[in-house]
Every structure is written in structure tokens, then in C-alpha cells.
Design a protein around this ligand. Structure first.
Ligand code: NDP
Length: 255
């Protein structure tokens, strides 16, 4: 009974930005829970490699490379799913970028790029997914936020604005679509070991600051997001809507 709650057999999951990093761990976790998965990234070669590795591990995986900020490409990708008879049951809006720069040095083009990749893309892809979920009266949307959904740190203003936006976009999706059988929730990862944090991981001063703040006293591993992702993608969370689950080693609780 309890295992059946988390069983994703018969469900199809699209995870944006899943060619590497947190998205890759999430897409593998969903596949292990039984979902048929669709891997995405900008770089087609990375998507192809991820799909080949997942299939070699025995998982049901396909790939579709598109830039999440390219609205016509997103619309085309969903038209392709329709043409192939693929219904997306689970959407994880994970693709994101970081840019570290003082606010006074930031151009509006840089601002837009970060906000469009981390926030606007979740609206556009969420809209395309929901249009198809609503008539089916079923769907799970999980947006990837961040500790930055709650906290500001210097030099990451557009990221913080976008991730704060993810929290309220998630709530808007939840209240608009709940009656159509859709649950929209978010995950807020803490500091995780991925390419995005490569420079910070190597910086001793940053590590000292970080370890003084995280009750768990360590960086998070990408696979540590899988439990929250499977929960929010599965029927175990059918009455959970508009929430954000922080997976951060206790960091937010200690701030
Ligand atoms: P990585 O930089 O390690 O991986 C980013 C992934 O997103 C890659 O698959 C990349 O594809 C893809 N991607 C980037 N831009 C686009 C785009 N425009 N269109 C499609 N795919 C894109 O990042 P993380 O795994 O660390 O981060 C994943 C998410 O988690 C992001 O939303 C991030 O903000 C969030 N997050 C991360 C934290 C961390 O500590 N790492 C903490 C809190 C939140 P490609 O390989 O083609 O470049």
C-alpha cells in the first residue's frame, strides 16, 4: 500500500534541464519509481548522452533538446508530444542558470536572461502542460525554487527575484488548476554539489561561511532531492498543493 502511493508506473514525466545536475538526479529518480521519462537540455549532445546512459541502466527514457526560453521551440516540443500521442503527466520545471554580478553592474539583458530562464520558462512550459492536463483532470507540476525563494545574498539579484517568483507562480498555478485535478508544488534546494556551484565549492572562505550556516554541516547531493520529487510527482501528494518543500540540510530553519 505505502509503496503504491509513490509508484509512477504508467506516468510520463518531462524534466527540463535534466541532462545533468539536479535535473538529471530527479529524472533518474522518477524513472526508478516507474515513470517513463523525457530528458531535456539546451545541448542536444548532452541530452543524447543522458538518454543513452539512462537506457543502459534499464530506464524508460527519451530526449528532447530545446531552450526553455525559446517559446516557439517549447510550443513545437508540445506539438511533437501531441503528434506522438505522449501525454505529460508530470512536469518538473528545473532548468535554471545563475549569474553572479553586483546589481549596479548588471545590464537589463543579463537581468532578462536570468529571469526568463528561471521563472518565465516555468510559466510558458507550465501553461503548455496544463492546457493538456486540464481536460484529462490529472497532472503534477513541480517547479524548482531555491533557498533564494526566501533569502537574498549579494550579487544574485535576478536569480533571487526569479526564485521568489517561482514560489508565487507555484501558488497561482495551484489555485487556478486545483479544481482540474492538478497539483503544483515547488522544491527549494539548498546548496547542492552541481556544476552551477563549481566556483563556490572551491572557495575556502565561502565554504567556511556555508558550514557555519548549515546545521547538517555539508553540501547536499543531487540525489537527495529525489524523495521530495517522487513524493510531489506521485499520488502520495494528491492533497498537497501550492507548497514549497525546502531540501537544504536545515539551513533555512537556522537563518
Ligand atoms: P546545472 O548548471 O548543473 O545544470 C543545469 C541544467 O539546466 C543543464 O541540464 C542545462 O542544460 C539546463 N539548462 C540551462 N539553461 C537551459 C535552457 N535555457 N533551456 C533548457 N535547459 C537549460 O544546474 P543545477 O542542476 O545546479 O540547477 C538545476 C535547478 O536547481 C536550477 O533551476 C537551479 O536554479 C536550481 N537550484 C540549484 C541549486 C544548487 O545548489 N545547485 C540550489 C537551488 C536551486 P545543458 O547541459 O544543455 O546546458
Amino acid at each position: 500500500m505505502s509503496q503504491a502511493l509513490f509508484d509512477l508506473s504508467g506516468r510520463t514525466a518531462l524534466v527540463t534541464g535534466s541532462s545533468r545536475g539536479l535535473g538529471r538526479a530527479i529524472v533518474e529518480g522518477l524513472a526508478k519509481a516507474g515513470a517513463r521519462t523525457i530528458v531535456n537540455g539546451v545541448d542536444p549532445a548532452r541530452v543524447e548522452t543522458a538518454v543513452a546512459e539512462m537506457r543502459a541502466a534499464g530506464h524508460a527514457a527519451d530526449g528532447v533538446a530545446f531552450d526553455v526560453t525559446d517559446e516557439p521551440a517549447v510550443v513545437d516540443a508540445f506539438a511533437g508530444f501531441d503528434a506522438a500521442g505522449t501525454a505529460i503527466d508530470i512536469l518538473i520545471n528545473n532548468a535554471g542558470i545563475q549569474l553572479r554580478k553586483p546589481l549596479v553592474e548588471l545590464s537589463s539583458a543579463e537581468w532578462r536572461k536570468v529571469v526568463e530562464t528561471n521563472l518565465t520558462s516555468a510559466f510558458i512550459i507550465g501553461r503548455e502542460a496544463a492546457k493538456r492536463m486540464i481536460p484529462r483532470k490529472r497532472g503534477k507540476i513541480v517547479n524548482i525554487g531555491s533557498l533564494a525563494s526566501e533569502l537574498a545574498r549579494p550579487t544574485i539579484a535576478p536569480y533571487t527575484a526569479a526564485k521568489g517568483g517561482i514560489k508565487n507562480l507555484t501558488r497561482s498555478m495551484a489555485v487556478e488548476w486545483a479544481a482540474s485535478g492538478i497539483q503544483a508544488n515547488a522544491i527549494g534546494p539548498g546548496y547542492m554539489l552541481t556544476d552551477m556551484n563549481e566556483a563556490l565549492v572551491k572557495n575556502p572562505d565561502f565554504n567556511n561561511w556555508l558550514m557555519s550556516r548549515i546545521p547538517s554541516k555539508r553540501w547536499g547531493r543531487p540525489d537527495e532531492l529525489v524523495g521530495a520529487a517522487v513524493f510531489l510527482a506521485s499520488s502520495a501528494s494528491d492533497y498537497v498543493n501550492g507548497q514549497i518543500i525546502y531540501v537544504d540540510g536545515g539551513m533555512l530553519a537556522a537563518m
